[in-house]
Design a protein around this ligand. Sequence first.
Ligand code: GDP
Length: 295
Amino acid sequence: MFENLTDRLESAFKQIKGEGRITELNIAATVKDIRRALVDADVNYKIAKEFTDKVKDKALGNKVLTAVSPGQLMVKIVKDELAELMGGSESDFNAKGNPAVILIAGLQGSGKTTFSAKLANFLKTRSRLSPMLVAADIYRPAAIDQLKVLGEQIQVDVYSEPENKNAVQIATNAIREARSKNKNVVIIDTAGRLAIDEAMMTEVANVKSAVNPQEILFVVDSMTGQDAVNTAKAFNDRLNFTGVVLTKLDGDTRGGAALSIKYTVQKPIKFVSSGEKLDTLDVFYPERMAQRILG
Ligand code: GDP
């Protein structure tokens, strides 16, 4: 992932790394290359421009520093700004409650169901919680079966009502069931559509009002670039979600989604998911991701 962006940034730094001094001229040239690299990685032009303006200001402000080489200085500034763009420091994830309710939303195919199972496994193994998964996709019977198969693999109970076509009822019944079984986290996997759809949004919003979740996680396929950002905006306008989950980071992603989502919706990326194995969920650390992008 991000190989292309990493390569492009590396070549953007090449010239300045060979210079003995940091000057307005070599800053300007480097910054221009960085901006192009970001735009080609599917970062919105406005975000890329604002980003490189900040980098430029910081570099100019540090011109007199002689302790570090111009190359090192630019790399450090870009790394710090990349981390800042992606949210600065890591954000909290709240899984406390009786039970804690976590609502999972996103388009069909984004990786919601896979992520729901990964999160259940993560909370069970790392946080020693007792989770329950809820299949609240009332349109696709296959989605219920898929969650059941995943639940079996990680040995987490999956609640479903295959005959019930009311997602709000399913969710509220599930929470009652969780209480009676002493489960302390309920993860609700909602129905998605291939594109933003009013009926889907209304349904998820209704489930939200009924169950009052601690966390509403918006799941998005990182390979969809600018579309990921637009989808995030639409879901956030409607659901006011608490965090973003970026999936498929193992795929051929250019990085645009990871770099633009926080800026656009002002909500943190909380988890990143790469691969289909259920034990591969990672908490998102902006600084580590910035380091990875810089190679
Ligand atoms: P949902 O429709 O949003 O519930 O999405 P699914 O969880 O069913 O995922 C859609 C497809 O993407 C499935 O084939 C998953 O196996 C696959 N998938 C999910 N997460 C990842 C991931 O992080 N990496 C890769 N490579 N594939 C994933």
